[in-house]
Design a protein around this ligand. Structure first.
Ligand code: IMP
Ligand code: MG
Length: 177
């Protein structure tokens, strides 16, 4: 339960910069979905703050649902095989779904989730990720907040061992190990 060994490093994206980018993404989604009512599907827990802000910047009726997933095996290395810990409550058949992620790192989690949701027959499925790691396979991420360098980051929903999600900016976490 303790705070993980290490310390917070530099701020990579400040609160105002986050707010401005989320507002712009919301505006873009509002335009793209002007004749539709998107269902935002957030991947818990990392996406909850981003999705909350994003939803309020979309000037359309939106619905919210959540999935929780956990990686099999070593949690710091994405294997791409994820276990569904909490599934959606909404039937997404014939819905316009936007999958909302905190960060696309290797892209393996996203690839798995995309396939899983595609198989349920939505009308459309797009991805909105706050952060995309530079060099990640991200051609299928339509809405990108920020590209991000390789450093491990926390804040605005992102954690290290469940800590620092509450920070209002994105900061580097410098592990003591
Ligand atoms: P992927 O399958 O490698 O794309 O893993 C994506 C997941 O790894 C994200 O949803 C995060 O939960 C986690 N993750 C990857 N990089 C970071 C980071 O820098 N900070 C916090 N979580 C991260
Ligand atoms: Mg995650």
């Amino acid at each position: 339960m303790g705070v993980p060994a290490g310390k917070l490093g530099k701020t990579v994206i400040g609160a105002e910069e986050l707010a401005a980018r989320v507002q712009a993404l919301g505006r873009q989604i509002t335009e793209d979905y002007h004749d539709r009512q998107p269902l935002l599907v957030g991947v818990l827990k990392g996406a909850f703050i981003f999705m909350s802000d994003l939803g309020r910047e979309i000037n359309r009726p939106v619905e919210f649902d959540f999935m929780a997933v956990s990686s099999y095996g070593d949690s710091t290395e994405s294997s791409g095989v994820v276990r569904i810990v909490k599934d959606l409550e909404t039937d997404i058949r014939d819905r316009d779904v936007i999958l909302v992620e905190d960060i696309v790192d290797s892209g393996l989690t996203l690839r798995y989730l995309r396939q899983l949701l595609e198989d349920r027959g939505p009308t459309s499925l797009e991805v909105c990720a706050l952060l995309v790691r530079e060099g990640a396979r991200s051609d299928d991420v339509k809405y990108v907040g920020f590209p991000i360098p390789p450093d491990f980051v926390v804040g605005y929903g992102l954690d290290v061992a469940q800590h620092y999600r509450e920070l209002d900016s994105i900061r580097v976490f410098e592990s003591a190990e």
